[in-house]
Design a protein around this ligand. Structure first.
Ligand code: HAM
Length: 417
């Protein structure tokens, strides 16, 4: 029987793989330009890490974790996200002693046992950043700004930030009670999941896709019950976003699917993506490190899904700027000469050496199949005269030039076209 990829897992090939690397490179370089540094985290963690951070009443922990017991009897999980791992690492390595805020970025795969569909996979890649150790709303805005800058570098413009504040441990309990009271009246209308959420995690009912908009609109809003500290923080975030010209829209029903958030939560959506339209999500998590046993340390960050970004880039016919390809066709006896040429021109071109070196005519045909813009031909005549014949595959124009002039002539042959 043919062996195929596992459900929800996929190969990333060809153009998609090129786009994948483009996103990775652009994201990393933008994060670096804002002073963020890399962290490389393990894929497997103790399952308890996610129970205690994401929360054991969330869909991710309750239904979607790849959990297993290793040969030593440890209960482990493939990470469903990376913020919890960052927090674990921060505590484990006493990073509170470093200059705060610690600004880090990460890139890697995450695993969630979800129902696979477009934009939703069981293995997917995230790029994310975290700024840990400072409560300032400037950092909430900075992480959104980094996200926007990455997307701008990828040419994605039809974007919207959805913003909300979900309060803190001072104001949220009171709001939760009000919400439960308001929802109890509608108990029979709730979907089965929300019936279970009512007392355990009522905020999640606000972003359940099965509940009606009418019901959600009738419910009390967290933003109307924020304590002074949370309200001031939220107002500052909105003011700075406005000052920096970052478009946002307040969405009182945005609560996010992870329990560690407090105060600011946000998502950036693309109008081109349809149902799975959150390109990225994030927020503040001022209790996470403390809840995992560290010193009380605030943090804020976001993570973006690479597969969803690839979809958007494909729809927009994004082209990765690649160096033009030169294909070197040569007579086998001149392989050393051909290789010297390859070394010289490889700084400015992608260069492929014909693997056969048998027949010039067939070599040129292979060059065409491999999408070369220029073919460098080294036959007996050329080798004896320390020269190269350069052919532009698009225009068909061909010239023979001395080796010292080949770079200049190649450029002219491309520009002439
Ligand atoms: P999240 O919203 O669960 O947040 O995931 C972030 C992004 O990962 C989503 O916006 C989406 O693009 C992508 N994503 C999530 N699940 C899937 C899936 N099954 N298939 C494809 N892409 C997916 C977090 O993970 C938080 N750790 C973000 C954060 C960082 N908050 C603070 N710092």
């Amino acid at each position: 029987m043919e062996i195929k990829t596992v459900k929800g897992f996929k190969d990333i090939l060809g153009e998609e793989a090129t786009l994948f690397e483009e996103i990775e490179n652009k994201a990393k370089s933008v994060a670096q330009s804002f002073g963020y540094q890399p962290i490389i985290l393990p894929t497997v963690e103790q399952s308890e890490l996610f129970d205690r951070s994401i929360g054991n009443t969330t869909d991710i922990v309750e239904k979607e974790m790849f959990t297993f017991e290793d040969k030593g009897g440890r209960i482990l999980a493939l990470r469903p996200e990376m913020t919890a791992s960052v927090a674990r690492s921060f505590i484990e390595h006493h990073l509170e002693t470093s200059a705060l805020p610690l600004k880090i970025y990460y890139f890697g795969q995450c695993f969630r046992y979800e129902n696979p569909q477009k934009g939703r996979y069981r293995e997917f890649y995230q790029f994310g950043i975290e700024a840990i150790g400072d409560i300032s709303p400037v950092l909430d805005v900075e992480v959104i700004q980094v996200a926007f800058e990455i997307l701008r570098h990828l040419g994605i413009k039809d974007l919207k930030v959805k913003l909300n504040s979900i309060g803190c441990r001072t104001c949220r309990p009171n709001y939760k009670n009000l919400l439960i009271e308001a929802l109890k009246i509608h108990y029979d209308e709730l979907c089965n999941d929300c019936k279970k959420r009512l007392y355990k995690n009522p905020l999640r009912i606000l972003d359940c896709k099965k509940e009606s908009q009418e019901l959600k609109e009738s419910l009390p809003k967290m933003v109307d019950y924020l304590c002074t500290d949370c309200r001031t923080h939220f107002e500052k975030v909105k003011t700075i976003l406005t000052q920096l010209g970052i478009p946002f829209e307040c969405d009182p029903n945005l609560v996010r699917g992870l329990d560690y958030y407090s105060k600011t939560v946000f998502e950036v959506v693309s109008l081109e993506l349809g149902a799975q339209n959150a390109l990225l999500g994030g927020g503040r998590y001022d209790y996470l490190i403390e809840d995992l046993g560290g010193r009380s340390t605030p943090g804020v960050g976001f993570a973006m899904g690479i597969e969803r970004l690839i979809e958007v880039l494909k729809k927009r016919n994004y082209t990765v700027n690649k160096l033009p390809k030169v294909y070197i066709v040569y007579d086998q006896q001149f392989i050393t000469f051909a290789n010297e040429i390859r070394e010289i021109i490889s700084k400015e071109y992608v260069v492929e050496l014909d693997p056969k070196g048998d027949n010039i005519k067939k070599g040129v045909e292979r060059a065409s199949k491999r999408g070369a813009l220029l073919v460098f031909i080294i036959g007996e005549n050329e080798a004896n005269n320390n020269a190269i014949t350069i052919k532009n595959m698009k225009s068909g124009k061909q010239i023979t030039v001395k080796r010292e002039e080949m770079l200049k002539s190649a450029k002219e042959l491309i520009e002439d076209d």
